[in-house]
Design a protein. Structure first.
Length: 271
C-alpha cells in the first residue's frame, strides 16, 4: 500500500493532473471515478489506484474489474492529495493515450447496427480552432458521440483534451470519439475540401441559415475561439458560411451550444 506523498507514483499522478507537458511526454493521462475507470479500454489501462476505504467497501467489484498486477491501494489521505477533485470517489486510473491520424478520422466505418459494418459512413467532422475552455471541449466531445460525429479535429493551440476538467466533461466519450490535433489547421481545412468534404464555418456573417445545406453529404463544421470566433483565414477557406438565427440582442452562442445545434441538424437529416 502506498502511504507517502513522496512516492514516485504519487508524484507522477499529481504531475499528470497538473501539467500538460507531463502528459505529452509520458503519453498518459488520469481518469477518476468508477464510471471512467470501468469504461476505459482494458488494454490501455496502465495502473488503477484505489483508496483504502474504497477498497474495503468494493473489494469484489474491484477484483472483477482489474487484475492485481495493475492494482495499487493508497492511504486515504494520500489518495486525496493525488485526486484532482474536491470529493474524490476513491478510484482513479492512469490510461495510455491513443494515437489517431486525420486519415483514421475521415474514413470511419458505420456503427449503426441496422447497416452493413462494411459501409463507410459519410464523414461528419467537428473542427475546432483555438478553443480554450476545457469544459466546452469536453461537452463538444460528449455531444459528438450523441450526434454521430465521426471525429473531432483540433488546431494545435486548442486546450488539452486530456485536461482533467475536459476528461470529466466527456463522461466517457473521450474513449469512443476519434480526435486528432493538427499542426496546420488551415492546411487541414484545404485537405478536407480536396477530399470532397464540405466545410461549413459557423459565422455571424453567414449568408445561409444552418438548416439549408445538405449535411447528409460529407460534412465538416468549423468552430472558432469562444471570444473571437474563427480567424478570417479559416473562414475564407470554408466552402460556405452558415449562421444560426438569433433574436433579441444576443450576438453569438456558446461554442459548445452552437456546435450542438449544427451537429444535431446533421443527425436529423441523416436519420
Amino acid at each position: 500500500m502506498i502511504t507517502s506523498t513522496s512516492n514516485n507514483q504519487v508524484k507522477h499522478i499529481i504531475n499528470l493532473n497538473k501539467k500538460a507537458k507531463e502528459r505529452k511526454s509520458s503519453k498518459e493521462f488520469v481518469v477518476e471515478g468508477i464510471r471512467m475507470v470501468k469504461e476505459a479500454p482494458k488494454e490501455r489501462i496502465v495502473k488503477v489506484y484505489i483508496s483504502e476505504n474504497y477498497y474495503k467497501d468494493n473489494e469484489k467489484l474491484i477484483l472483477d474489474l482489474i487484475n492485481n498486477d495493475k492494482l495499487e491501494i493508497v492511504d486515504n489521505t494520500v489518495f486525496c492529495k493525488m485526486s484532482d477533485t474536491q470529493t474524490p470517489q476513491g478510484i482513479m486510473a492512469v490510461v495510455a493515450m491513443e494515437n489517431k491520424s486525420l486519415e483514421d478520422i475521415v474514413s470511419v466505418k458505420n456503427t449503426n447496427k441496422d447497416l452493413s459494418d462494411n459501409k463507410i459512413k459519410a464523414p461528419l467532422l467537428i473542427c475546432l480552432e483555438n478553443l480554450q475552455d476545457p469544459g466546452n471541449l469536453g461537452t463538444i466531445i460528449r455531444m459528438a458521440e450523441g450526434a454521430g460525429a465521426t471525429g473531432v479535429i483540433m488546431s494545435s493551440n486548442t486546450v488539452d483534451v486530456y485536461n482533467p476538467k475536459t476528461i470529466r466533461s466527456t463522461m466517457g466519450s473521450l474513449y469512443r470519439v476519434p480526435f486528432v490535433y493538427v499542426e496546420d489547421f488551415y492546411e487541414t481545412i484545404s485537405k478536407l475540401r480536396d477530399l470532397g468534404i464540405n466545410t461549413y464555418a459557423a459565422h455571424l456573417k453567414g449568408e445561409n441559415v444552418y438548416t439549408g445545406p445538405d449535411f447528409t453529404k460529407p460534412t465538416a463544421f468549423l468552430i472558432g475561439n469562444e471570444g473571437n470566433g474563427l480567424t478570417d483565414k479559416a473562414s475564407a477557406l470554408a466552402s460556405s458560411l452558415i449562421k444560426i438565427p438569433m433574436e433579441g440582442e444576443v450576438e453569438s452562442l456558446n461554442a459548445a451550444i452552437a456546435t450542438t445545434i449544427l451537429s444535431y441538424e446533421a443527425l436529423r437529416q441523416r436519420l
